[in-house]
Design a protein. Structure first.
Length: 211
């Protein structure tokens, strides 16, 4: 069971390192674009800022050939510290299988159905990444998707696990774990919010006011 930071910010990665329990970092093209530097510069800096674990880079090239080149170029930046998020499409699944067979940690991302999850398991994905909140908004029940994917992982008997993304509240994060996500990824703000409750603060204030 691991919590990943969903961010491309070096400051947030540094804060995550201070927390000590954040297992790794997931990025995506949107998060990387916000930082205003090339991904080739940001990804190694994220590896260094956290100091351990995997930093996931999402393949984004326009053609399969370019995505394969992109994969090899990014992996070479920090051997054994970079994982790949590969959008789960029929074009990408063979690339995922090839990279996984070479020992690359691959996460099939943007998984919106159990059949995609099944194929990604068979192709050798280490993680299935469903966008939980987005699936709830667009399909009706993102937690049911997590449950189905966790069931597919169990049924296929390999080492694939669900890493839930697109979580928008502490409650949704916990519900994803209870539904079968072995891991979650969340923005720093949400990770910190998991440790908060207004009544805890209220209790602390009451203790502090004891003369
Ligand atoms: O990495 C992608 C995932 O976190 C998507 O989240 O909020 O765009 O649905 P969202």
């Amino acid at each position: 069971m691991s919590i990943y930071l969903d961010s491309a910010s070096i400051a947030e990665a540094t804060r995550a390192a201070e927390l000590g329990f954040v297992a790794g970092i997931t990025t995506n093209p949107k998060l990387l674009a916000r930082e205003g530097r090339p991904p080739e510069a940001i990804i190694p800096d994220l590896c260094d800022a956290l100091g351990w674990g995997l930093v996931f880079y999402q393949l984004n090239g326009p053609t399969l050939e370019e995505r394969e080149d992109e994969a090899r170029r990014m992996l070479a930046l920090r051997p054994h510290r970079i994982g790949l998020k590969i959008p789960c499409t029929s074009e990408n699944i063979g690339l995922l299988a090839r990279l996984a067979a070479e020992g690359v940690v691959c996460a099939a991302t943007a998984v919106f159905s159990s059949h995609q999850g099944y194929l990604a398991c068979e192709a050798g994905a280490r993680y299935l990444i469903p966008y939980v909140n987005r699936a709830t908004r667009l399909l009706g029940d993102g937690l049911a998707l997590v449950r189905e994917l966790a069931e597919v992982c169990r049924a296929t008997g390999g080492s694939t696990e669900v890493l839930a993304a697109s979580l928008k509240s502490p409650q949704e994060a916990v519900e994803a774990v209870v539904a079968g996500a072995a891991h979650i990824t969340a923005p720093l703000e949400l990770i910190l919010a998991l440790g908060e409750h207004p009544l805890t603060r209220q209790a602390l204030e009451a203790f502090a006011s004891i003369p």
